[in-house]
Design a protein around this ligand. Structure first.
Ligand SMILES: *Cc1c(COP(=O)(O)O)cnc(C)c1O
Length: 433
């Protein structure tokens, strides 16, 4: 599409947008009574207006039924997660039996590593992206040590080529082929939190399997953002948080995926708890752990009903929007418009002040653009916030802006461009004169 940098163009795109009504389903943060243009859904999604009602309904259930709420009422807690699984499955491209809501993300990553990182003899290495989200780095480092191995030998990080900000798929695959049968596990973030690069998940999964490794994904920045086909790609396991693109609230419940090919594998280690026990026998309280089949067999503690209710409410909005494909179509345009607008600022001031390090090809990115300001990045970022534009700043020098198709508009993007232009002229041009 040929974009234009003017308000009437942005307005026309918004008017033609079939998803425009969803914006009104969310609450936008305000400062001095003025709403922010919110471009931080990659970090914490906005609150759906329905969230309060949903929590209140569960508080009422608790008040009215107390312990009987596990089996009584319109939505008994004992079975609540089953409905949620139906909504989670299309978000990640899985069968409902392959997914389960539980715990929080890093906790789930640990639990899945217990099952799927099984170093043995010379097959002990983990391949991951250099510059992975720190929590993932710490989880993996500590798991490696837990097995009595040296992280310096066991963890292989793949970095971009000299002069590039992002990873070439062929370099990842070449590293997998090079390490070959020494690899126990390939574990990447679906979309890198810093660069916004969406890795070629199908190709990497396939390459890992070619050398006999297990392949897992952390989908914190991918789930609810881009279409995923975990089942069809044959991914072994995955986990994600729901509070970023899936709007389930701070500390929201995490989801796991375990491919059905592993359901009958009794050799997998698990850290077990009663909620993962065979469901129809759970309350017999017998000795000896027998897991429920499917992803539910990885549960440990009883259902976190209130966080689940928030996730359920939010995914209800995704269902109304057609789950992921219509959102993705809008997302591709919104992000391309933001890219165009940022480049317009460079053009107008005649300096390459902003460098977008996120790949330019839509199939290699989701909603987010990571922008390096050549000069005075933090000042520019602070100026955006003062002017009611909320993105986020990641050390050492990246501004991340993530237009979210459920609640951002093309006019949001146009306005961000206008503000960025003014700020850049004031902070970079005028002070350089
Ligand atoms: C956001 C994010 C996390 C956060 O983990 P929590 O356990 O939810 O705090 C972990 N990993 C990645 C890749 C993330 O993007």
């Amino acid at each position: 599409m040929n974009f234009e940098n003017n308000l009437s163009f942005a307005k026309a795109l918004d008017e033609a947008d079939e998803l425009k009504g969803f914006r009104d389903r969310f609450l936008f943060p305000k400062h001095a009574d003025k709403e922010f243009i919110y471009l931080c859904g990659n970090s914490l999604g906005l609150q759906p207006k329905v969230a309060k009602e949903v929590i209140n309904r569960q508080l009422d259930n608790w008040a009215n039924y107390a312990v009987e709420g596990w089996f009584d009422g319109a939505e008994p807690w004992m079975f609540y997660h089953k409905e949620l699984k139906e909504l989670m499955a299309p978000i990640v491209g899985a069968n409902p039996i392959e997914v389960c809501p539980m715990n929080t993300l890093t906790v789930n990553l640990h639990l899945l590593l217990v099952s799927f990182y099984k170093p043995s003899g010379k097959r002990f290495k983990i391949i991951m992206e250099g510059g992975a989200f720190p929590s993932d780095q710490y989880a993996i480092e500590s798991q490696v040590k837990f097995h009595g191995l040296d992280p310096n030998e066991a963890i292989i990080e793949v970095y971009p080529r000299e002069g590039s900000d992002v990873l070439a798929t062929e370099d990842i695959i070449a590293e997998i082929e090079k390490q070959g049968d020494e690899i126990a596990l390939v574990l990447f973030g679906g979309i890198n939190y810093y660069t916004g690069q969406w890795y070629n998940m199908a190709a990497i999964t396939n390459a890992g399997h070619q050398v006999g490794a297990i392949v897992g994904w952390d989908l914190a920045h991918a789930a609810g953002n881009v279409p995923l086909k975990l089942h069809d790609w044959g991914v072994d396991f995955a986990c994600w948080c729901s509070y970023k693109y899936q709007n389930s609230g701070p500390g929201g419940i995490s989801g796991i995926f375990v491919h059905e090919k592993h359901f009958n594998n009794t050799s997998l280690n698990r850290f077990a708890g009663w909620w993962g026990y065979k469901e129809d026998k759970r309350f017999l309280m017998e000795k000896g752990f027998i897991p429920e089949s499917g992803a539910d067999g990885w549960q440990i503690s009883c259902s976190q009903v209130i966080p689940m209710a928030l996730y359920h409410a939010s995914l209800g909005i995704f269902r109304e929007a057609g789950f992921i494909e219509p959102l993705r179509a809008k997302s591709i345009s919104l992000t391309a418009y933001l890219e165009f607008i940022v480049n317009e600022v460079n053009k107008e001031i005649g300096i390459a002040q902003y460098k977008i390090i996120t790949p330019g090809n839509p199939s290699d990115r989701g909603a987010q653009l990571s922008i390096i300001a050549k000069e005075k990045g933090k000042l520019i970022f602070d100026g955006l916030v003062e002017n009611h534009v909320l993105g986020d700043w990641r050390e050492p020098n990246v501004i991340r802006l993530s237009p979210v198709p459920l609640y951002n508009s093309f006019q949001d993007i146009y306005q961000v461009g206008r503000i960025l232009m003014q700020l850049t002229k004031k902070i970079i041009i005028d002070t350089n004169d």
